[in-house]
Design a protein around this ligand. Structure first.
Ligand SMILES: Nc1ncnc2c1ncn2[C@@H]1O[C@H](COP(=O)(O)OP(=O)(O)O)[C@@H](O)[C@H]1O
Ligand SMILES: [Mg+2]
Length: 214
C-alpha cells in the first residue's frame, strides 16, 4: 500500500474540518478528490504531504507513519517520496525553466539530466528552457511545475487544483499530460479538483463533504 489514511481528524479554532477521513491508495493508482469550496480538500492534501499535521488518526506513506515524525522527519519524507503540485505553480522566479525543472530532483539528490530533458520535450518546454517563469503563459508555467515534480521521481504525487488557474483549453491539456506522465512512472496520484468534468475522467473518485469521505 502506497498511502494509508485512517480516521484522520483536523480542526481549526472555529470549526472541525476533517471528522474522520479514511482511504487507501495503491502504487500506480490515481484518484480524484472532489468537494465544495471549503470542504477541506487542501487541508487533507496538506496533511498527506506533511505540510501540516493531523489532530488524530494515521497517515502512512510507503510504510512510514507520519504521525510519529517531527517537522524534520516530515520534510524528509516529503522530499524523498512525495511530490506536490499547487494551483499557483510556485515556480522560482530567479531560475530559468531548465533550473526550475531540475530544482527538486537536485534537493532530493536524484538529479537525472536525461529525465529532465525527456520531461521538457513531453511537456512542450524544450524551446523554453532558457526563459524565466514570468515570460511563460499560465499553462506553460504549470507544465514546468509538473516537470519539476516528476523530475524528482516521487512515488506519490499530490496535486491541489493544478489546473484551477488555467482556462478550459489549457486546463484540459495540462490535466491530460499530468495523468499520462504519472501513469508512465507508476506513481500514485491524488488530484484535488472542484471540476466534475475533470474528475469524471479519472477511474477513482472520492468526495469530501461535511468532513467525511462519502
Ligand atoms: N490555517 C487555517 N486556519 C483556520 N481555518 C482554516 C485554515 N485553513 C483552512 N481553514 C478552514 O478550513 C476549511 C477547509 O479549508 P480548505 O481545506 O482550504 O478547503 P478546500 O480546499 O476544500 O476549499 C475552511 O472553512 C477554511 O476556512
Ligand atoms: Mg483548496
Amino acid at each position: 500500500m502506497l498511502l494509508h489514511v485512517n480516521n484522520v481528524t483536523k480542526s481549526y479554532p472555529n470549526a472541525p474540518v476533517l471528522r474522520g477521513v479514511s482511504f487507501d491508495l495503491r502504487a500506480g493508482e490515481m484518484l480524484a478528490l472532489t468537494g465544495e469550496s471549503g470542504s477541506g480538500k487542501s487541508t487533507l492534501l496538506h496533511l498527506i504531504g506533511g505540510l501540516d499535521s493531523a489532530d488524530n488518526g494515521e497517515v502512512v506513506i510507503d510504510g512510514v507513519a507520519m504521525t510519529g515524525l517531527d517537522d524534520g522527519g516530515r520534510a524528509k519524507l516529503r522530499r524523498d517520496v512525495v511530490g506536490v503540485i499547487f494551483q499557483q505553480f510556485n515556480l522560482i522566479p530567479s531560475l530559468d525553466v531548465g533550473a526550475n525543472i531540475a530544482f527538486h530532483a537536485r534537493l532530493a539528490g536524484r538529479h537525472d539530466a536525461a529525465l529532465c530533458t525527456r520531461l521538457a520535450y513531453r511537456l512542450g518546454l524544450a524551446d523554453h528552457l532558457a526563459k524565466y517563469p514570468e515570460a511563460l503563459s499560465g499553462g506553460q508555467q504549470q507544465r514546468v511545475a509538473i516537470a519539476r515534480t516528476l523530475a524528482a521521481q516521487p512515488k506519490l504525487v499530490l496535486a491541489d487544483e493544478p489546473t484551477g488557474n488555467l482556462d478550459e483549453a489549457a486546463s484540459d491539456g495540462v490535466f491530460a499530460l499530468l495523468c499520462e506522465l504519472v501513469a508512465e512512472t507508476r506513481a500514485g496520484l491524488v488530484l484535488v479538483t472542484h471540476s466534475q468534468r475533470l474528475a469524471a475522467r479519472m477511474a477513482r473518485r472520492l468526495n469530501l463533504s461535511n468532513g467525511l469521505i462519502a
